[in-house]
Design a protein around this ligand. Structure first.
Ligand SMILES: Nc1ncnc2c1ncn2[C@@H]1O[C@H](COP(=O)(O)OP(=O)(O)O)[C@@H](O)[C@H]1O
Ligand SMILES: [Mg+2]
Length: 602
């Protein structure tokens, strides 16, 4: 015989290699246990990145003396429902279920677990490198106050190889913080504190303690404590359900975009996960509104019947597998798109905030020291507000002297009052000012119109009196003409014209007068970048974006009052008009209160 069974300690150390990859994974397992035990408050402390000490104390249901000893045995769990003589892996509703964490941690560190149930007395067991000591009575919490405290010291002392590969304390701290944040986002009802080397790193009150706070509000408060206060102002609520699947949470407006995907948090049945399917779906939903290198911020909570999802993919349980991945992907994409459409033309408030910050004069400039008393006041009713303020050498704004018959009531984007620099439309709303970038806004409107026309079977074309020949290099000619059928659907009729040119015969009518040469060259560039993997519809939508970029209402065109107001009304009626195709805002709104602050009136 040369085959023998491994010693229990060896088995646990091997298992520990997967479950306890680093200090942060110990924290994760312990906090998950606390949540599974029904804790309302969890206190976490680490020192030296968790290598010296990890301490997690909760006020959950606690463990009886007998359970305490079994808890550190391998594959021992209280969480899997029985299925006849078997265990039921198909309906897991807890974060843990594998019964591996405590024995794994006990195999590689010195662990002390003190626990008390509501009716029992406090007991403690100690495990060091797999060797058990206890349970024995200990002073821990008062009678009737259930809870558990797990103390992990000298992590990996029993596995020196792993110890050598520990990263710096700082990077372990960051990983721990990240894990606690994710768990805290999924459970706003639970209070969390995190202390690192004696410093308070996180202090989150339970959002259920706030009287009158609805569940969604509590969730949003918790999210913005973690994702930043701006998030609440720049996020739209997601709340949809289909079959046994529901998606709730908050999606950041496209204008509130980020350089990476780190502000994307996804949860499946309360479990923080990193899942490619989810990440891809989010990307797809925002593709229309964001440049490829920008990412939205969001937190989505997917809830479904436990049998619909397999969390038993990896020991760390951060990956999941869905029984119907298509349904999940479809629901994420459609719910996000619907949410963004509903958020409509709302642009991010941080845009206005940043604009205000830039405008706000420095206290020590001469600006404030000038005497403005001769100027008409903003609140001076009978007088025109802008004209006298314009320096004489500036081109006058296109001005509407009489307040138009329309009032700003019920018009979110207000009534157009002026066009400045032939680029910006300034409108007055009930309680503020809206400044519209007319080119960006128009580009968005044309894009949305094109998409609608596409859905309804094609874009109206207008033949050119004289076909336009556009020179390109031969590779570009091939690329553009290979997509001629799609372009035709979008109203652009292009054919090859020799080896290094194409001829444009018809244009989308809605583009008006466009620079055809520039348009076709841009198309050639965009088509080069487009991956083959995109569906026909996605490819069409992408080309539509390029076409929309070349519309007639460019910056620099003077608009009359009707045109300006028509633009505002169409923006209000059009989904997604708050940002251009590249995630930049199409308008900013400054509230009167902000403007008053700007002038030191408040
Ligand atoms: N903080 C805690 N409070 C109450 N019981 C706990 C706590 N931590 C662990 N336990 C008990 O110990 C068992 C083993 O824990 P663990 O090894 O993490 O496996 P799992 O969580 O997968 O069940 C759990 O099933 C639970 O009954
Ligand atoms: Mg566990």
């Amino acid at each position: 015989m040369k085959i023998r069974r491994l010693a229990e300690g060896t088995i646990n150390r091997i298992a520990a290699g997967e479950v306890v990859e680093r200090p942060a994974s110990v924290v994760k397992e312990l906090v998950e246990n606390a949540l599974d035990a029904g804790a309302r408050r969890i206190e976490i402390a680490t020192s030296r990145g968790g290598a010296d000490l990890i301490l997690v104390e909760d006020d959950g249901e606690g463990m009886e003396k007998g359970d305490l000893a079994i808890a550190v045995e391998r594959h021992a769990t209280s969480k899997l429902p029985r299925l006849g003589a078997d265990d039921d892996l198909t309906s897991i509703s807890t974060l843990g279920f594998r019964g591996e964490a405590l024995p794994s941690i006990g195999a590689v560190a010195r662990v002390a677990i003190a626990s008390r149930t509501a009716t029992g007395d406090a007991q403690e067991i100690r495990v060091a490198g797999g060797a058990l000591d206890g349970p024995s009575p200990v002073g821990f919490r008062a009678a009737g106050q259930s809870g558990t405290r797990v103390e992990v010291r000298e992590l990996f002392f029993a596995t020196p190889a792993r110890l050598k590969f520990l990263k710096s304390a700082r990077s372990e701290d960051l990983a721990t913080l990240d894990i606690i944040k994710r768990l805290a986002m999924s459970r706003p009802d639970v209070a969390f504190t995190l202390t690192m080397d004696g410093r308070r790193a996180l202090n989150l009150e339970s959002e259920n303690d706030l009287a009158s706070s609805s569940e969604a509000l509590g969730r949003l408060r918790r999210l913005s404590q973690i994702m930043g206060r701006d998030f609440a102002d720049n996020a739209a609520r997601v709340d949809v359900a289909r079959e046994s699947l529901s998606i709730t949470g908050f999606a950041g407006l496209p204008t509130y975009n980020r350089a990476n995907a780190q502000m994307q948090f996804l949860f499946v049945n309360g479990r923080p996960v990193r899942d490619k399917l989810l990440v891809g779906a989010v990307r797809g939903a925002y593709a229309d509104f964001l440049a490829r290198d920008r990412h939205p911020a969001l937190a989505l909570f997917l809830d479904c019947d436990p049998s619909f999802v397999d969390v038993n993919v990896h020991p760390a349980k951060t990956e999941v597998r869905f029984r119907d991945a298509g349904l999940v992907r479809g629901l994420i994409v459609s719910s996000l798109k619907a949410t963004l459409a509903e958020a409509g033309h709302r642009a991010s408030t941080t845009v206005a905030g940043a604009a205000l910050a830039a405008l706000r004069p420095q206290a020590n400039t001469t600006f404030y020291q000038q005497d403005y008393s001769h100027r008409p006041g903003v609140n001076d009713p009978g007088r025109s507000f802008y004209a006298p303020l314009l320096p004489a050498d500036t081109a006058p704004a296109a001005r509407i002297e009489e307040p138009s018959a329309q009032t700003s009531h019920d018009l979110p984007l207000g009534v157009a009052r002026a066009q400045l620099h032939e680029t910006y439309v300034v409108a007055q709303t009930q309680d503020g000012i809206v400044i519209v970038d007319q080119h960006a806004a128009h580009e968005r409107l044309v894009y949305e119109r094109m998409k609608k026309a596409l859905e309804n079977g094609g874009v109206v074309r207008q033949p050119l009196l004289i076909p336009e020949v556009v020179e390109l290099d031969p590779a570009e000619v091939t690329r553009v003409t290979s997509r001629a059928a799609e372009l035709a659907e979008l109203g652009l009729i292009i054919e090859p014209f020799g080896p290094d040119a194409v001829m444009v015969r018809e244009m989308p009518a809605m583009l008006g007068k466009a620079d055809i040469k520039a348009l076709v060259r841009d198309l050639a560039d965009d088509i080069a970048e487009t991956g083959k993997a995109l569906s026909l519809k996605e490819r069409l939508e992408e080309v539509a974006g390029t076409l929309a970029c070349h519309t007639s209402v460019r910056a620099g065109r003077r608009l009359n009052a009707e045109e300006m107001n028509a633009l505002l009304r169409e923006m209000e009626a059009t989904p997604h008009s708050g940002q251009c195709n590249h995630g930049r805002p199409t308008y900013v709104e400054l509230k009167l209160a902000d403007i008053e602050r700007l002038f030191g009136r408040r």
